[in-house]
Design a protein around this ligand. Structure first.
Ligand code: ADP
Ligand code: MG
Length: 453
């Protein structure tokens, strides 16, 4: 039953969310009619009560429970000072495990699609806008715009996501249409089984009666002659009936070795489009969307740090976000750039967290409890002047910026900054308040240990 509950949960939340929250949960069995789940700390307990109670009750209801009850218990304290989430999550399954669950929703035309892979959840950037536009065009007029649509690009860049998105889009507008998503591997396996069990007719019916056929990772056709032969006929049957075909691959058709030329040329009949690695801004946008979906309130500068660390692959980017979230929640600390750097240091080459002027200004502002713009403003009362001088002093110390650059940041000239710095230097060791503030702020920005971890 617990496996079924997890299956249900997994189908209804994102991978990141699932691995962050549900992977560490222990099933403690049923006590007095209530399913008891063990969680790691009171923070997680609170979080589950707030965010997942209903989902879990729904899961139990879907399994036939009339009055489902779920409670959460904190597991005995872990000895390790610092819990690290286990390895990054395994890649999401090609298709949701819907078939295995007794409470699976009625079969519909999206049963082979991952509910999370929609156009709404797809962030468009310069790296993928052509592929996105082509996919949308195909979704709007299947069989008419481009046929086949061939999407290629490195692993983890959104090919599968985009294919499923077309499926969802079509399913919504044309509920009667038949949609089939299949990896090249399952197509091959199905074929092998059909041959073995003497069920070629069923096999052909299945693949030739669809309105939209999505075949993922078609590069795996390479070297498989029988599968290529069968796929050739499937392709022709669909194509002649103006049914839409979308193919994905890690490389363009011309680079797939040992692909029959009649297949290669067919793959080139429609439109070939690629997806590249996302730029920094796109990576941040993807993280932001992910965080919002998972109801995680995480500051922009932390997302930016993650986006700087992980550059090539969106799946890894999501894994990194998950790690940071898990790390912060297990250690019960708020999100900060230092926490993120720490959480990622085991996975990615440790990278020095570069302190920016704006970081320093923000820290100083929150220390003195006033808006950053007031500190940067023109106020001349002591309450503002001291924080301003402290900020300029710390920026000079912690960043590589020159005096004129710092001056510009504050809308002043470099001699003002010089004056501020000598002022603070003079007060250090004499003025308790300023000395304490400078030391506290410096420690905060230099690392994590001093932030209570
Ligand atoms: P591929 O099939 O190219 O290997 P996937 O489609 O499996 O890549 O994408 C990997 C992960 O990255 C998925 O979780 C997917 O949702 C996410 N992803 C990829 N591109 C985007 C995007 N543009 N916006 C949001 N999420 C994306
Ligand atoms: Mg894929």
């Amino acid at each position: 039953i617990w496996a079924d509950v997890l299956g249900y949960v997994r189908r209804n939340i994102s991978e990141v969310e699932y691995h962050t929250w549900f992977a560490p949960v222990k099933n403690l069995g049923v006590q007095e009619g209530s399913l008891v789940l063990g969680v790691r700390n009171s923070f997680a307990q609170e979080w589950f009560r707030k965010h997942y109670l209903e989902l879990l009750e729904d899961a139990l209801r879907s399994l036939g429970a009339e009055h489902p009850q779920v409670s959460f218990q904190v597991l005995p304290a872990q000895q390790e000072a610092m819990l690290l989430p286990s390895d990054p999550p395994p890649p999401p399954p090609g298709r949701p495990p819907a078939e295995r669950s007794p409470a699976a929703p009625p079969a519909d035309n999206r049963k082979s699609l991952n509910p999370k892979y929609t156009f709404e959840n797809f962030v468009v950037g310069p790296n993928n806008n052509l592929a996105h536009a082509a996919a949308l065009a195909v979704a709007e007029s299947p069989g008419k715009a481009y046929n086949p649509l061939f999407i290629y690009g490195d692993v983890g860049l959104g090919k599968t996501h985009l294919m499923h998105a077309v499926g969802h889009y079509m399913a919504e507008r044309f509920p009667e249409k038949r949609i089939e998503y299949v990896s090249t591997e399952s197509f091959t396996n199905d074929l092998i089984n059909a041959i073995r069990d003497d069920k070629m007719t069923q096999f052909r019916n299945r693949y030739r009666s669809v309105d939209l056929l999505l075949v993922d990772d078609i590069q795996f056709l390479a070297g498989k002659e029988r599968t290529q032969e069968e796929f050739f006929h499937t392709f022709n049957a669909l194509y002649e009936n103006h049914k839409q075909i979308i193919l994905s691959s890690d490389r363009p058709p011309k680079d797939i070795q040992t692909l029959e030329s009649r297949l290669r040329s067919r793959f080139e009949w429609g439109l070939i489009t690629d997806i590249q690695s996302p730029e920094f801004e796109t990576r941040v946008a993807i993280l932001k969307m992910n965080a919002e979906h998972n109801r995680i309130d995480i500051p922009q500068d932390v997302l930016e740090l993650i986006a700087r660390q992980v550059t090539a692959n969106i799946r890894e980017l999501e894994g990194a976000l998950m790690r940071v979230v898990a790390f912060a929640s297990l250690n019960n600390v708020p999100f900060s750039r230092a926490v993120a750097a720490k959480a990622l240091s085991n996975v990615f080459a440790p990278q020095e967290v570069k302190v920016e002027m704006i970081d320093v200004l923000r820290q100083v502002a929150s220390h003195y409890n006033m808006p950053p713009d007031v500190i940067r403003g023109s106020g001349r009362v002591r309450e503002v002047v001291v924080p301003r001088q402290v900020a300029q002093y710390l920026i000079r110390e912690l960043t590589d910026h020159s005096l004129p650059e710092i001056g510009q940041f504050f809308g002043r000239d470099h001699s003002t900054v010089m004056h501020a710095i000598s002022k603070v230097t003079e007060m250090l060791g004499k003025d308790v308040e300023i000395t304490t503030s400078v030391n506290t702020l410096r420690r905060k920005m230099q690392g994590l240990e001093e932030e209570g971890l």
